[in-house]
Design a binder for this molecule. Structure first.
Ligand SMILES: C[S@@+](CC[C@H](N)C(=O)[O-])C[C@H]1O[C@@H](n2cnc3c(N)ncnc32)[C@H](O)[C@@H]1O
Length: 278
């Protein structure tokens, strides 16, 4: 397991809505990778090796007169993070069909039971975008499909895709922690159809899929959509999340220009998860 050291930033935010959501989006684009919303604001984590002194200067909402945002930061040892997570993590139930739980939670007898030890990876089902992507996977046909899970995080979506019948899944993440964590979680859930890779779109040459799922963020999606769509077959499906309702026109325009039509939107707390087909 990686020995990455993280920096934790404890933001106090007023008013919470909409400032927390804007702050999370901006921090996410700047390289922060995990967020825990608190009753005062949000705690955000970034790998120490990703930190630069000018990162917060680029976060516009910290300068906004509309919001009052203060913060303190500290270095987080990996072991502390795990202990924190164990204390606060509750099982997530999606549409009474799928439970995402930690190894130390008892089994609940749900149709799809997913055991995840996320450590520092995003994807416990607690975030709106993961929750909605799980909903898309639950209500669409994955049987016998070849699937790409881009930005796999903990691997939770790839694992559910296999449980829903996908025959071959490539799960890719740019982050080494996520790569290792997805490998561990795939094994923990007895998945045999998932291959995990560390990297980005450059891994997609000569690949071909029936379905692509990508929960990343607006900017990466806009940048990489062409490469995802390039490896989708005719009559395929594309599920995208990691962005806000306000970003729908941009994402739609890009997908339309690449021959994909928007057919469904799920929305939760201003976050959205869209379905496209060709
Ligand atoms: C919002 S998380 C989603 C995780 C998981 N799929 C879920 O739905 O909970 C986005 C993930 O994308 C990864 N990522 C960011 N940029 C990427 C890129 N260019 N290519 C592949 N993965 C990327 C991050 O490391 C992170 O694990």
């Amino acid at each position: 397991m990686s020995n990455s050291v993280y920096l934790g930033f404890y933001f106090k935010v007023k008013p919470l809505i909409p400032a927390v959501e804007i702050l999370i989006a901006e921090l996410g684009n700047a390289g922060f990778e995990s967020f825990v919303e608190t009753h005062e604001g949000v705690t955000a984590y970034i790998q120490k090796k990703e930190w630069r002194d000018d990162i917060l200067k680029a976060i516009n909402c910290l300068k906004s007169k509309e919001f009052k945002i203060s913060y303190i930061s500290e270095e987080i040892a990996q072991t502390n993070w795990n202990a924190e997570w164990e204390k606060s993590f509750q099982p997530i139930v999606v549409d009474n069909l799928c439970v995402v739980r930690a190894p130390f939670h008892p089994k609940q007898g749900s149709k799809y039971d997913i055991v995840i030890e996320p450590k520092m990876s995003f994807g416990t089902g607690h975030h709106e975008t993961t929750h909605m992507m799980i909903q898309h996977i639950l209500k669409n046909d994955f049987n016998g499909k070849s699937v790409l899970d881009m930005g796999c995080g903990t691997g939770v979506l790839a694992i559910l895709a296999e449980k829903r019948g996908a025959s071959k899944i490539d799960a890719i993440d740019i982050d080494n922690w996520c790569y290792i964590n997805s490998l561990e979680n795939a094994e923990r859930n007895d998945c045999t159809n998932i291959s995990v890779f560390e990297g980005n779109v450059s891994l997609l040459t000569n690949k071909s899929y029936d379905t692509v799922i990508a929960n990343i963020n607006r900017n990466i999606l806009l940048q990489d959509l062409e490469a995802y769509i390039h490896c989708l077959k005719p009559n395929s499906e594309l599920y995208l999340s990691g962005f806000y309702k306000d970003d729908i026109p941009l994402i739609k325009e890009k997908c339309n220009s690449l021959g994909f039509k928007h057919v469904e939107t799920l929305e939760k707390n201003h976050w959205v998860a869209l379905k496209f087909i060709n």
